[in-house]
Write a protein that binds this ligand. Structure first.
Ligand SMILES: Nc1ncnc2c1ncn2[C@@H]1O[C@H](COP(=O)(O)OP(=O)(O)OP(=O)(O)O)[C@@H](O)[C@H]1O
Length: 602
């Protein structure tokens, strides 16, 4: 790779922690206010104890004068506690919203920068999950968890501090049932993270089974396999619910025991009976036992709030991991000194490539495609044809060697410029939501209506477009419908308009019937004129006239020449040709047989 290739500008690999940094002070302020709120909410409890103390004091001359400041302190404590908590949560929610907006921008930026090959490996569902669902899951982590955590520590600690100030034995009494809860809780939480991950995976299987069912519904019905598809879904649901039940049942039992340990009557019973013993045996004031009981009842509430948020917090952590992973995907490297290709010739120079380090897919490929020539890539399935073609528009970058376009390494051409030079027509045609005209103009937004019509005529799709009442303004999927072959011709018209000098064709007629294939071939013959074309071919009869045929086998270029030359050599290509023709013959014989059978039956 050239020295000056840089990761895309402003593309330091951001991570979640780094993106959260600007909002951290806001979160901290929220946490401090949350802690203050928790601290001040202790005041009413202390006030109630002091009120009780006043009522029980026999020699107060004016009780009203004495209780007014205490009542005032209780009300002020309540109000302050509420205000601090609300403002604290308001700040963390603001931080969350700002961070989400920033993260969304960063993720969308990242999606625009990852190599195109990344999209071949990730489903749209996975991308949507990262950009939408995972961001939603982060909400608890930023907006709630830390405030709740602060309150769960501050309030019990302050309460215990107050009780210790009264008498250390009271503090001990207040937390007497807590160890039961903590030990059971620690037991419940063993392996919680892994179990959640497993449940996540099981749930993903349920989702995949639904998607498979919906996507394949036509095939499933045609083959009367609705029952089987239902069975897959049911199996996934049953596995999920079995695992969930197995995990959750002991937890529910344990939770019942622990909730009992923290329930108000049990805590009051322990505090009051322990308190009574202390009053009798140590001389502690009965009123201080009231303080213990109030604080002891209050402590579990904060802990329960925290534990109830634990699942949300675990989900948020998993989501944060996935977001971090997406943010960490290496962007397509771009050059700081872009060069302009000179011409439309292609050269693969000692090209090697591997998707994973341990398994080379292409090895030392040397292939020249002269400007304006057509090169067909042939070879058995898995030989590496698509991978080699994808190196030209940089779906992936070579591991070794270089791909040169117009004498310039494709990595030295600015990506936008590269896409202007290299067009591709893939087997799976993608039509976007919008009008026919919008779809055609994708490659050239300023194309005139006449340009659109010329391209559509050349691609043999003009007549079909005119069959819609709205013509070129028909909305695809609403007013306009295209069969596979028609969509293929529309995408050829779109590529014609884009007018890229180099074309990658991934067997555009692979799934077409003979009539449609003839029309696509006609459209293609227009498209390939005066362009450098690299075509991945499976139907060998369509490429007998091309300038050169490159034969790949096991990731190596084993032969290159014209159809005649390669047949004369009698090696790999000759064998492929023989196999192809006998397969074609068999297919024809079978379809002939089918026609005869249908003739007889009618
Ligand atoms: N995204 C990927 N990650 C890992 N391996 C891959 C990936 N895409 C393809 N491969 C592997 O690389 C090898 C070459 O695949 P490629 O699709 O280039 O072959 P092909 O000759 O085009 O095959 P076909 O004619 O069946 O389309 C295969 O072994 C394939 O399993």
């Amino acid at each position: 790779m050239a020295e000056h290739i840089l990761p895309n500008s402003n593309l330091r690999k951001p991570n979640l922690r780094e993106l959260m940094r600007p909002f951290r002070s806001l979160v901290w302020l929220g946490v401090v206010l949350g802690a203050c709120g928790a601290l001040t909410s202790l005041i009413p409890f202390i006030g109630i104890v002091e009120l009780a103390r006043l009522f029980l004091t026999p020699d107060i001359s004016d009780i009203a004068d004495a209780i007014i400041p205490v009542v005032f302190a209780i009300v002020a404590g309540l109000a302050m506690g509420w205000i601090c908590t609300v403002i604290g949560l308001w700040l963390t929610h603001i931080a969350d919203q700002r961070m989400q907006a920033e993260l969304r921008r960063a993720l969308v930026r990242k999606l625009g920068q990852v190599p195109l090959g990344w999209y071949s490996e990730h489903t749209s569902g996975a991308v949507r999950k990262a950009v939408q669902d995972d961001l939603d899951d982060l909400h608890h982590m930023v907006a709630h968890h830390q405030v709740e955590l602060a309150a769960a520590f501050v309030l019990p600690l302050a309460g215990l501090g107050y009780l210790s100030w009264l008498d250390w034995r009271l503090a001990l009494l207040a937390v007497l049932t807590l160890p039961v809860y903590l030990v059971s809780y620690a037991w419940m939480m063993r392996g919680f993270g892994e179990k959640m991950q497993q449940l996540d995976k099981d749930f993903a299987r349920v989702s995949a089974a639904i998607v498979e069912f919906v996507h394949g519904i036509a095939v499933v019905k045609v083959f009367s396999q609705t029952g089987r598809a239902h069975k897959n879904y049911q199996q996934a649901v049953e596995d999920f619910s079995r695992r969930y039940t197995g995990w959750v049942t002991p937890l529910v039992r344990l939770e019942a025991v622990t909730s009992l340990a923290l329930s108000v009557p049990v805590i009051m019973l322990v505090s009051l009976s322990g308190g009574a013993w202390l009053v009798v045996n140590t001389g502690i004031q009965p009123i201080d036992v009231l303080a213990t009981t109030l604080i002891a009842v209050m402590i579990p509430q904060t802990i329960l709030t925290l534990s109830q948020g634990l699942t949300a917090q675990q989900k948020a952590k998993a989501a944060a991991g996935r977001i971090d992973q997406l943010l960490g995907v290496a962007p397509l490297a771009v050059t700081s000194e872009p060069k302009e290709p000179k011409g439309a010739g292609l050269l693969f120079k000692q090209v090697s490539f591997a998707y994973t380090q341990d398994r080379p897919v292409l090895s030392d490929i040397n292939l020249r495609c002269r400007p304006g020539s057509i090169t067909a890539l042939v070879g058995s399935s898995g030989a590496g044809k698509s991978t080699l073609a994808k190196l030209v528009p940089r779906f992936y970058d070579v591991t070794q060697g270089a791909v040169l376009l117009g004498g310039v390494d494709v990595r030295d051409i600015a990506p936008d410029n590269l896409y202007r030079h290299v067009g591709f027509v893939l087997q799976e045609t993608q039509l976007l939501a919008g009008t026919v005209a919008d779809n055609l103009r994708l490659g050239r937004p300023d194309a005139s209506d006449q340009d659109l019509e010329d391209a559509a005529r050349s691609a043999c799709i003009h007549e079909h477009i005119l069959s819609f009442p709205q013509g070129y303004q028909a909305v695809i999927g609403k007013d306009a419908f295209f069969s596979g072959g028609e969509a293929q011709r529309l995408s050829i018209a779109r590529t014609l308009l884009a007018d890229a000098p180099v074309l990658i064709l991934d067997e555009a007629t692979a799934h077409a019937d003979p009539e449609s294939e003839a029309q696509i071939q006609q459209a293609l013959s227009c498209l390939v004129r005066n362009r450098t074309v690299l075509v991945i071919a499976h139907k060998l009869h369509t490429i007998t006239g091309v300038d050169q045929i490159a034969v790949l086998d096991g990731g190596r270029l084993v032969e290159c020449g014209s159809h005649r030359q390669l047949l004369a050599e009698g090696k790999h290509y000759a064998e492929l040709w023989r196999l192809y023709n006998s397969a074609e013959k068999n297919e024809k014989a079978m379809s002939g047989e089918a026609q005869v059978t249908s003739g007889v039956s009618s």
